[in-house]
Design a protein around this ligand. Sequence first.
Ligand code: NAG
Ligand code: NAG
Ligand code: NAG
Ligand code: NAG
Ligand code: NAG
Ligand code: NAG
Length: 825
Amino acid sequence: MCQQSIYQRCFFNLIWSIACIIHFSPVVTSEDTYFPVEKVEKLLEKRAGSPWWFANIARHGTVPFNSDPNYVLYRNVADYGAVGDGHANDTQAFLDAFFLGPRCVGQFDPVNPCQSSTIQPAIVYVPPGTYFLTNRIIMPYNSIIIGDALDMPTLKASADFNDIAILDPDPYVSGNDQWYANQNNFFRQVRNLILDTTNTGVSSTVAGVHWQVAQATSLQNLVFNMIVSKDENNKQQGIFMENGSGGFMRDLIFNGGGIGFFLGNQQFTSTNLTFNNCYKGIRMNQNWLWSFKDITFNGCTIGIDMVQAGDPSIGPGSPSLGSAILADSTFINTDTGIVSTYNCSYSKPASAGTLIVDNVDFTGAGIAIRNPNGTVILPGGSVVAGFMAGNVYSAQYAQRFFPNHDNQTCYVPQAIPSCYQEAYTPPTKPAGLLGPNGKVFDRAKPAYDDFTVSQFISAKVDFGCAGDGVADDSDCLQNLFNSVNFNQVAYIDGGAYVVTKPIFIKPNIRIMGEGWPKIMIKGGSFWGDKANPEVAFTVGNKGDIGKLEMQDIVFETQGPTPGAIVMEWNLEEDAQGSAGMWDVHWRMGGSAGTLMQENCIKTPTEVLSVADPNCFTAFLLLHITETASLYMENNWGWVADHELDQLPNDQLNIWNGRGLLIESVKPVWVVGGSFEHSQLYNYQVANAKNVYMSHIQSETAYMQDNPIATLAYPPQASWDDPDFSFCQGLTKCVKTFGLRIYNSTYVYIYGAGLYSFFQNYDSSCLVPHSCQTNAASIELSEAVYVYGLYSVGHDNMMLMDQTPLVPQGDNSNTFGESIALFEYE
Ligand SMILES: *[C@@H]1O[C@H](CO)[C@@H](O)[C@H](O)[C@H]1NC(C)=O
Ligand SMILES: *[C@@H]1O[C@H](CO)[C@@H](O)[C@H](O)[C@H]1NC(C)=O
Ligand SMILES: *[C@@H]1O[C@H](CO)[C@@H](O)[C@H](O)[C@H]1NC(C)=O
Ligand SMILES: *[C@@H]1O[C@H](CO)[C@@H](O)[C@H](O)[C@H]1NC(C)=O
Ligand SMILES: *[C@@H]1O[C@H](CO)[C@@H](O)[C@H](O)[C@H]1NC(C)=O
Ligand SMILES: *[C@@H]1O[C@H](CO)[C@@H](O)[C@H](O)[C@H]1NC(C)=O
């Protein structure tokens, strides 16, 4: 008689509860045959709900642009029948919570084939408890799963669990067919969970999470519990990831396992991972660029295994590994830190396996780095300030005589490559970028665990915003931001909030979205002039010092706004990291409500001399001004290259001027994330100082060079835009700069993946790896250090003062090209 609906009654009635528990415990051990009062009370307390604000806040989130006005955004697994007593089979309840829909359930679904959706999201909450699961929990596209932060729930795989992983956001259908394209598998979060596979046995490959994802995804605050057994026979894995285009993860603990983290992806940023008692902590199967920071290996046999089965030194074929950065990390009681086959004299391709080690404590490692054949490359037992395996370019100015140029002698930049496989002394980083322990500062997304529900001020209920994607919500949002204080959170309930006029965000407030509400700048004359841009969201006035925390919001436009600066950040932090943005994204065009999907389809067969005025998004996505400081974590500035909310997911011509502009001389941290497909540049650091980025990712706008970068948004000198005059008419040179550093000093980049995949939507330029001339540019700058530069499709990886210095041909990696360091001191 305890059917799903009865569970509600279990919350209120002790007798019912005991009846339910007895009735629903399929595995009854001797210990469980009677119920001590304390145990029942504990269970009841859990079911009565957690005191965490997240479990109790009134839910007003809606999903505009979905035809169903009653679409359910927030789902508590308990409401779908999950018991969480460690015995009842909770599999169906989790699936029901995720699948209440219709949701976007993959490209092979016969009824509703779907590759992506911004209008069928779900936030799934898991109360405290241990949830016994017999099959994988598929997470459809655009799903967030959040466990209770005060009492983290456990998802426990049954002994006969026989799927890829407990949580699966990209199921295989048959063979290699999957629900979603791995590199387009956006918008996912998994937080506050313990994933336990210890029941499944030492030879089981069931992972905690199958994480084959792309941008705007995160894993945070998870514990993976696996069997401890330190040898090859232990097949247990915490995360299994074969490919994708991510991504960000942090605050993960891996206990035991054969491989804590099996990884493969284009690029990823991972920080604060701890591996305890594992056989191998990290197995790098394939990647282009990986930035690891704050990693602790404790009692492992091997920390990071970078060796490929196909590596030429150990067998036929070529290695599939790209490059890695390991910074601010520690090895404790671990036999071998890193295993690598990299060798300057015979690595093939030359740069495969490039490795940068920066401030790593190998005191507790028997050997720091060794070849799989046992040869020690770097001994353990000490703190290593710096070690690099890879090509290094140190630029300098040299006199050169120009016989054809009036016989002049000029100073010109040059850089002679050298291959390093040795320790080196890294430059001192500015104190403002470092935390108290000497590591580069970082700060996790604030969770407000100690807040009560009354401290969250609802945009809809308390300030009357409609959030329906139609009504003008400018005034209510402005009032909300004006009214809240720092003991409150301006809570943007799920919805789409249209603004028609500029909004000022005063210092000392906190802003949080429910899921990813959309804040949409409406097209109109105010933001109509790309020659005279106007700011939409201003954070603080120039000179303001204070705090500001913003998380989980997507900024969009509705109709053309060619003169919009989506956000201008003027605020300076009053303590390290007190001004920050986490999982805040800019998504320009390409989705429901933006008015830029089917009307902006690509036109590669037409020679474009005009960009369609109906398909212009912003002048600039984010401007960090000279007085500002900002901590950014996992922020994605994406100009849509294809339709997300309709088939056939056509590619789009969306015109966006610029991505991220940093002009600050105060500390700025850009941790993870990506800016893609703007016209002039994706990342520009101009007139700035004290900038740290690790890592960044960029892609050139796909339509270029039809037209070239400067057609839609002519460069403006007052904005320090690149004018591409040095290209001297070569059109494949006049394309989006992935990264440009202009008139700046003390810029530290630990990982930059800069890609150019197309020439007018045609990827055949990748065969000679020549879709674009230059990936990055450094001009009039010094004290610039770019570690782990990985480029795809560029003839030249780094231009310095208009001189190409890093030819791709010398730096081949497995898919693209990479170097360990470019520096100009
Ligand atoms: C648990 O529930 C799932 C989903 O309904 C079902 O497929 C599975 O057979 C159940 N397993 C057991 C052991 O009850
Ligand atoms: C991703 O991995 C799967 C499984 O190995 C493979 O079938 C697929 O081709 C890969 N995709 C890419 C883009 O590498
Ligand atoms: C690292 O993660 C652990 C949890 O896994 C957390 O307790 C700790 O605060 C995190 N450290 C930082 C610096 O964020
Ligand atoms: C690289 O290979 C050469 C040739 O086998 C060898 O002499 C050298 O010691 C190797 N370097 C390292 C660091 O193992
Ligand atoms: C191990 O490999 C290295 C290349 O990294 C090579 O120089 C060395 O001779 C090899 N040692 C043995 C014992 O095979
Ligand atoms: C370089 O930046 C400084 C501010 O740091 C500014 O005063 C100067 O005008 C800039 N120079 C150029 C050439 O842009």
